[in-house]
Structure formats: structure tokens, C-alpha cells
Design a protein around this ligand. Structure first.
Ligand SMILES: Nc1nc2c(ncn2[C@@H]2O[C@H](COP(=O)(O)OP(=O)(O)OP(=O)(O)O)[C@@H](O)[C@H]2O)c(=O)[nH]1
Ligand SMILES: [Mg+2]
Length: 447
């Protein structure tokens, strides 16, 4: 494989910038641009050590850097790695990278370092996915979930489930291979009970995705309602910034505005939308249609009513359009009419202007995601791919369970290999190259 290089730290000014080089020729190529103060060559340095020296760009010294050396296979990628830590200027980091590329390195693609780590057997695919989760984690829960997976919690669970099936398989094989000897048979009931346990463990993991999805992606939450009910005021209150324009003119917001926030334990992607109403105004009409589309695609819909006036028929119709389970009805401007009576069950009464009722709203949003449904916080899956593998394996187990007792044992031994094979895809065994490429293409360059 070619030797690759990339800047691994974020673009911008910082204490340090790190340029990473990985591949068979990492030492040779890096040596062309780096000279240690004591003259030691990179390839003569023991792994996991570093040297201070000068980095050159077009034969000119450009910075004093620390070169860290990791030797194959004891490195992140499993290949030889040199990490050049320079002063944290983007301009310097780019020059160091340019210099390395001129010296023979190839620009790394998105996630290519981690992809190599996976391909070289340094980490499972779900661990690589957790690296992505760690990088994008933005609060405690998302970090904890990703770090557990990074430490192997999911791999451990999948292996435990696989082991149950391997147990059944080896018992069946022993029976078949030594049929004339007196080997105790595993009864059908025992097999069913073991498979039942395997299935319930898989099911728990599948169910954990409802939490994992939200923690990783945020709950897409649309704020909708008639014009002027205070949608943008609520958006600004919750995001603690003047994100949306607020005026007393109906039809102020014309386009959807998004902001990521965290309420309690729940990350939200909050979407302020244009007020929904029957109108002849061309722009507003488009805005209304767009708001409806956003609401339909959202995980949670906050429908705002206005306590300072009667609820209109149009608003009642709007509320009835959506699945009640996805909706929280909010009555805003309660500061203007504290005796407001709502026609709908269980509304949250707030004032986006004064902040009244915001605690109740936070509680209702927190309750919307059932974090309690996951028995074990360390066992939460976070990607569609992981879910797909588990759904496929569950289906395969169900198919087999229905056949136990009705088919000969040698056939049972054969078909039980199928869910085992599917489960091995979880950690990335037997997985197609396109799927691997697709996963890593979502990573950033330098990871
Ligand atoms: N008294 C009071 N006024 C509010 C409250 N929330 C919003 N308002 C006022 O209501 C008016 C409309 O607020 P916006 O937040 O722009 O309403 P909107 O729903 O985004 O309106 P459009 O974008 O036009 O659909 C502004 O004058 C706000 O100051 C509230 O809780 N109490
Ligand atoms: Mg608005």
C-alpha cells in the first residue's frame, strides 16, 4: 500500500498541529523533510519514541517539530507511522504536508488511517465506527457510548452470542461425527432455549438503536405552527442565541433554520420553520409546503399554539394531521393569558419570552426518548449498518427456530452456520469492499 500523509488536527490556529505519515516508506519519506538535532535517523529510533528537529520545505527550514515514531505493527494503522507535531499554524501544517507530498507521500483519503487500521486487523469495524463516534461526540452520553464500543463492549457481546451458536453447532457436529458412540444429545428444547437467549440478546441490541440513533444524530425536532405564534422566539430561547429573526409581522420566517442543542440528556437538531397558513403569497406558500415536509420527516414535532388568541380551525386540522406519538403540543405566550384553556390533552404551557414552563418542556422532550429502555449503557449500537447486521441475523435465527424438530440434525448443523456468518459481519469479517469504502468515506481526512 502507498505511504499516505495528512494533517490530523483541525484547521485553524492551535497549540500544535499534527501531520501524520503512514506506510512502509513512512520513515524514508519523512526523513527527506526532517532532520533531528542530534542526527538520529527516524528508522534508527525505537518505536514509541520522539526526537526534536527541524522540518524543511523546498530545502528551507520552516519549523522546529517533534517527530514521533511508531513501528509496524505496533501503531494505529499497523504500518510504520511518523507524526510530525509542528507549531499550530495552518500555514505551517500545510507546508509540512506539502513537503511530505513532494517527498513521495500520497494524500490520505477520508478516514484512510482508520481504514488501514481495520484492514490490517488492528481494530474491528464496529470499533472503527466508534472512533467516528468519539470524534463527533458532543456531550457525556455520546462520548460514553462511543468509548464503551471503542473498548470492545459490543464486540464482547457479539462474541458471546456467537459462542452460544458455536456451542450448539459443535454439539451437533459431535453427534453427527460420532453417531455410533454414546455422545449425549443436546435436546431440541435445549437448542431452542439457547437460541431464544441469543435472539433476545440480539433484540436488545437492535432496540438500543432508538437511543443510539438519537445520541449520535440528534433528534430532528421541527417547530411548527401558524405565523406569529412564537416559533422563532422559542428557537432562540432554546438555542440561547439570536438564531432566527423575530418580529410581530406574521410570516417573518421564510426558510427553515437549524440549530443543534442539548436539552437534559437529549441532543436535538432543532428546526425553526415558516408559519403554516393558507396564503396567496408565493414565497409564503413555498415556506408553508417546506414546513410541512420538514414536520413529516422529523422525529419529533413541536406544534405551537398562541394563548393570546383562540385556536383556529386551521390549527386544529394541522394538529390532527400528525401521529400523536410524535407530537408535543405547546401553548406559547402564556404570560399574556394565564387562564388559557386548551382543547387538547396534555399541552405544555410556556412563554418563550419569559422562559416560563421551559422546565416542563425539557422534561417532556427528555421523556420522549426512552433512555431507560436500554438496560446497559455500554451496549448501544449507533449505526444503521450495525442494526442491519443484527436484524438479518435475528431473522435467520427465527427461520431456524421454526424448523427445529422438523429437520434432520445434520441439516440443522448446516443452516445454523448462516446466522454465525451474518454476525461475523458486525466486526467486519466477510464484508464487501464497497461497504468498507462507504463507511470510511464519511470520516474526515487525517483520521
Ligand atoms: N408576550 C409574548 N410574546 C411572544 C412570546 N413569544 C413570541 N412573542 C412575540 O410574538 C411575535 C412573533 O414571534 P416570532 O417568534 O417571530 O413568531 P413566529 O412563530 O416565528 O412567526 P413567523 O416566523 O412569522 O411564522 C413577536 O413579537 C414576539 O416577541 C411569548 O411567549 N410571550
Ligand atoms: Mg419565525
Amino acid at each position: 500500500m502507498k505511504t499516505i500523509a495528512a494533517i490530523s488536527t483541525p484547521y485553524g490556529i492551535g497549540g500544535l498541529s499534527v501531520v501524520r505519515v503512514s506506510g512502509e516508506d513512512a520513515f524514508k519519506i519523512s526523513q527527506r523533510v526532517f532532520e533531528s538535532h542530534d542526527g538520529t535517523l527516524l528508522e534508527d529510533m525505537p518505536g514509541h519514541t520522539c526526537k526534536l528537529g527541524i522540518v524543511y520545505y523546498q530545502n528551507r527550514p520552516i519549523d522546529e517539530v517533534i517527530a514521533s515514531v511508531f513501528k509496524s505493527p505496533r501503531s494505529y494503522t499497523g504500518e510504520n507511522i511518523v507524526q510530525l507535531s509542528c507549531h499550530g499554524s495552518m500555514f505551517i501544517a500545510k507546508s509540512v504536508l506539502r513537503s511530505l507530498l513532494d517527498a513521495g507521500a500520497h494524500m490520505a483519503g477520508p478516514g484512510e488511517f482508520t481504514k488501514r487500521a481495520f484492514l490490517n486487523g488492528k481494530m474491528s469495524l464496529d470499533k472503527a465506527e466508534s472512533v467516528m463516534g468519539l470524534i463527533s461526540s458532543n456531550y457525556e452520553k455520546s462520548r460514553n457510548i462511543s468509548f464503551s464500543a471503542y473498548c470492545g463492549s459490543l464486540d464482547g457481546k457479539i462474541n458471546e452470542i456467537r459462542q452460544i451458536l458455536i456451542d450448539i453447532l459443535s454439539n451437533l457436529n459431535a453427534e453427527i461425527d460420532y453417531s455410533d458412540e454414546d455422545i449425549p444429545e443436546m435436546s431440541n428444547e435445549e437448542i431452542v432455549s439457547k437460541m431464544h437467549y441469543a435472539k433476545s440478546e440480539i433484540k436488545k441490541l437492535i432496540d438500543s438503536y432508538s437511543v443510539g440513533y438519537v445520541v449520535k444524530n440528534g433528534l430532528r425536532t421541527a417547530i411548527i405552527g401558524a405565523p406569529n405564534v412564537g416559533k422563532s422566539t422559542l428557537m432562540n430561547f432554546l438555542s440561547k442565541r439570536e438564531k432566527s429573526i423575530v418580529t410581530d409581522i406574521a410570516g417573518t420566517t421564510r426558510d427553515a433554520i437549524e440549530e443543534s442543542i442539548i436539552i437534559g440528556d437529549v441532543p436535538l437538531v432543532l428546526i425553526d420553520t415558516a408559519g403554516i397558513r393558507e396564503t396567496e403569497d408565493k414565497i409564503e406558500k413555498i415556506g408553508t409546503e417546506k414546513s410541512m415536509e420538514i414536520a413529516k420527516a422529523a422525529d419529533l414535532i413541536l406544534i405551537l399554539l398562541d394563548a393570546s388568541r383562540e385556536t383556529t380551525n386551521e390549527e386544529i386540522k394541522l394538529i390532527n394531521l400528525f401521529d400523536k406519538k410524535k407530537v408535543i403540543i405547546i401553548v406559547n405566550k402564556i404570560d399574556m393569558n394565564s387562564s388559557y384553556k386548551c382543547d387538547f390533552d396534555n399541552p405544555v404551557l410556556i412563554s418563550a419570552k419569559t422562559g416560563q414552563g421551559m422546565g416542563d418542556l425539557a422534561k417532556r422532550i427528555s421523556n420522549f426518548v426512552d433512555f431507560g429502555s436500554c438496560e446497559d449503557e455500554n451496549l448501544i449500537i449507533t449505526t444503521e449498518r450495525q442494526r442491519d447486521v443484527l436484524v438479518k441475523s435475528l431473522k435467520s435465527l427465527k427461520d431456524i427456530e421454526n424448523k427445529i424438530g422438523a429437520i434432520p440434525r445434520d441439516i440443522l448443523a448446516e443452516i445454523i452456520k448462516k446466522p454465525l456468518e451474518i454476525l461475523s459481519e458486525f466486526s467486519g469479517e466477510n464484508i464487501e469492499k464497497e461497504i468498507v469504502d462507504q463507511i470510511f468515506s464519511k470520516f474526515c481526512v487525517g483520521k
